[in-house]
Ligand binder design. Structure first.
Ligand SMILES: Cc1ncc(COP(=O)(O)O)c(C=O)c1O
Length: 478
């Protein structure tokens, strides 16, 4: 009789469960694409109810097969592959990446050193250099893949600091105040990264935005002068290629000119929006990105890859090695040299997922054009939604969307904030659509991110009707 450990590794049990799981996932995908108006995309449960449910599950006897568990998890999660999912910037993953994720989990390569990530480290080089070329960088550019835009942005800021100070090696004995210049609309991870690096709240100098939520580049000189007068050293200016709330693109060419005038590192947070470069129709949005010193791009946002998979690109590949220059005798024979194949020399992570395989599998099985098509469909859908909203007196469109993020609200004579907040809550609890919310200069707005290429104008019209029905419920309740 095999003991539990042997049974847990049993290949035949895996084969049988695996076949059934593939059928289950295939049915899920087919069902999501064919979902009907009444189907739920958000199986809402309040946190305490969710906890009670899983605590009860946790106490149950060990399962004979994992399938019922997976079924339960799938039923209780947001259905991202459904076309009425219009919430956060999370992509419906391409089916091939579900398969590649299984292979990556099986191989479980460590990645930090070449020997434990021979394929993965190589794929990272090929993929990031391909992305760098797409963005217009020259042959010196390269990068690697890291776990998420937040970590990517932190790593880029560390590189910027290593470029202009000795803090990495010597600390900050003179207690110099370091700071970054960034749009007030930047993702919160930039603020968090600066604070992690000891710059504090004062170290994040937030440049106001214009009515299109783009950084006011006309204010950069003034903000720099003021920072200098306050005794601060600016180590980086950050441009946003797709802000989180509104999807706005900063004028990157203008920021590049500013950074060159003053010799300041230029980083672009293109986590969401840099893949616009795949489309001839939208690539103008990232014009100037090729002058950045570093760029972050999330494959897991607009490139249909499972979380987390972020490209961190450097205009001069050598810059990446300054960030974490450190000795690790047991890992690398050559401590000082630049070795692209030893991933841990440049990445914060030591053991790291082989997420490059997911991206590579998309390139190799579907080709590059799948990325262009996705961008054009999703950005086009946002333009369609904006056009509908503009002609419907009941709604207020917050701005002209540049990408696939649209913010709007239902007009109300009295207290639109309260009404739209109540609508959003009811929409989530109802579950037939999933949309989110944001706070802009003029208050609370509903926020839609069109992430599913199967969404059509029909679902957009249905959503607006659904919102009006929820508004009627709120108003009836007084
Ligand atoms: C513009 C931008 N930058 C960075 C991030 C953080 O990326 P991640 O969630 O991959 O850590 C986000 C996430 O939404 C984002 O929208």
């Amino acid at each position: 009789m095999a003991d539990t450990l042997e049974q847990a590794f049993d290949a035949e049990r895996f084969r049988s469960e695996g076949h059934q799981l593939i059928d289950m996932i295939s049915d899920y995908l087919a069902g999501a694409t064919a979902a009907q108006p009444g189907d739920r995309v958000m199986p809402w449960k309040a946190p305490e109810a969710q906890l009670a449910y899983w605590q009860d599950d946790f106490e149950q006897p060990v399962l004979q097969s994992a399938l019922s568990l997976f079924e339960d998890v799938m039923a209780n999660s947001v259905q991202i592959h459904q076309k009425r999912f219009m919430g956060h910037q999370t992509t419906p993953t391409l089916p091939v990446t579900i398969l590649s994720s299984a292979v990556a989990a099986l191989l479980n390569q460590g990645m930090g050193v070449y020997e434990m990530g021979m394929v993965g480290n190589t794929l990272e080089k090929i993929l990031t250099e391909d992305l760098a070329r797409l963005l217009g960088f020259g042959g010196e550019a390269s990068g690697f893949i890291t776990s998420g835009g937040s970590l990517g942005n932190l790593t880029a800021l560390l590189a910027a600091r290593a470029h202009s100070t000795e803090v990495w090696h010597k600390g900050n004995p003179e207690n110099r105040s370091l700071a970054v210049l960034v749009s007030e609309e930047a993702h919160y991870c930039v603020d968090r990264a600066a604070r992690i690096m000891g710059m504090g709240e004062e170290g994040v100098i937030k440049v106001p935005v214009n009515d299109a939520f783009q950084m006011r580049t006309d204010l950069l000189e003034e903000y720099l002068e003021k920072a200098k007068a306050d005794g601060k050293q600016i180590i980086c200016v950050i441009g946003c290629a797709g802000t989180t709330s509104t999807g706005s693109y900063d004028n990157l060419a203008e920021i590049a000119r500013f950074s060159q005038r003053h010799g300041i590192w230029f980083h672009v947070d293109g986590a969401h929006g840099a893949p616009a470069a795949w489309s001839p129709k939208y690539r103008h949005l990232v014009s100037g990105i090729e002058q950045a010193d570093s760029v972050v791009v999330d494959y897991h946002k607009m490139m249909m890859t499972p979380s987390l998979s972020t490209a961190l690109l450097f205009k001069r590949s050598g810059d990446a090695y300054k960030t974490f220059s450190q000795r690790a005798q047991y890992l690398w024979a050559e401590q000082e040299s630049e070795e692209w194949y030893n991933g841990g020399k440049r990445s914060f992570e030591c053991t790291k997922a082989m997420s490059a395989l997911n991206v590579y599998a998309i390139y190799r099985t579907h080709g590059r054009d799948v990325f262009r098509q996705n961008i054009e469909r999703l950005y086009g859908l946002a333009t369609e939604l904006a056009a509908i909203l503009r002609t419907d007196e009941a709604f207020e469109l917050a701005y002209e969307p540049a990408c696939n993020i649209v913010c709007f609200r239902l007009r109300a004579a009295d207290n639109p904030e309260q009404l739209n907040q109540a609508i959003r809550r009811l929409v989530v609890e109802d579950g037939r659509f999933y949309i989110v919310q944001t706070i802009l200069k003029s208050g609370f707005f509903l926020r839609v991110t069109l992430m599913n290429p199967f969404t059509t104008a029909t679902e957009l019209h249905e959503l607006l009707q659904h919102i009006q029905e929820k508004a009627a419920v709120v108003q009836a309740a007084g």
